[in-house]
Ligand binder design. Structure first.
Ligand SMILES: [Zn+2]
Length: 214
């Protein structure tokens, strides 16, 4: 069974940048005769497509790094785009493929791919703003990974560097919030102290007031 690498963390934790750097490094490996050793295919859920990514099939990280990818509706659609020439697969924003699913469909596909000899990299957010799991597969993936990188962001509320492990949803009914498309305009990274302080404020206006201080 091939290796599984998991990248996780809150919004603005550079998960996509880390994935792009990892895939770029793996793809650069060459045999003594100059032949590329690993061909990596990159997939993202159609639903996660950010507006700046709408032109072409490209993943754009928040810092502007780009890599070619294929946007698919269902995790099983991977099979339409891979063959024996593909050695590895990077699945980003995996939680979008499991909306409404009661079974860990992403984990099952990852296991199948690994058994077929494909290296798999997965990245995404494992919990919502209430710290409830939003993707059943994440627990299974973490337990079976060869490498896990939990990335931290800078806390947007107190300013501490690399302290944020949670997201705070800005605006709307945050307690009704499930999986939602959005980046910095919708979510802000928070350290555990600020998360608890902000999440304790049940008033939507107070949240907006806090967010407007930035
Ligand atoms: Zn903080």
């Amino acid at each position: 069974m091939e290796q599984l690498i998991v990248l996780t963390g809150p919004v603005s934790a550079a998960k996509t940048e880390t994935g792009i750097a990892l895939v770029t490094r793996i793809s650069r490996q060459k045999s003594p005769s100059g032949e590329r050793l690993m061909n990596i295919a990159h997939f993202r859920p159609k639903e996660s497509q950010r507006s700046e990514e709408k032109i072409g099939e490209v993943t754009v990280s928040k810092s502007g790094m780009k890599v070619c990818c294929t946007y698919i509706d269902s995790i099983d659609d991977i099979e339409l785009h891979i063959d024996d020439e593909i050695d590895g697969i990077w699945l980003d924003e995996i939680h979008f493929w499991e909306k409404g699913e009661s079974t860990p469909v992403v984990f099952e596909k990852v296991q199948e791919l690994r058994k077929r000899g494909k290296l798999v990299i997965v990245s995404g957010i494992g919990a919502d703003v209430k710290c409830d799991p939003i993707c059943t597969s994440f627990g299974f993936l973490l337990q079976t990974a060869d490498k896990i990188e939990h990335l931290l962001a800078d806390c947007d509320w107190c300013g501490k560097l690399y302290s944020a492990s949670r997201n705070v949803y800005i605006g709307g009914d945050m307690y009704q919030q499930g999986v939602k498309l959005g980046g910095y305009e919708s979510f802000r990274p928070a350290c555990i102290d600020c998360y608890n302080e902000v999440i304790d404020l049940s008033s939507h206006e107070k949240i907006l007031h806090l967010s407007n201080n930035f």
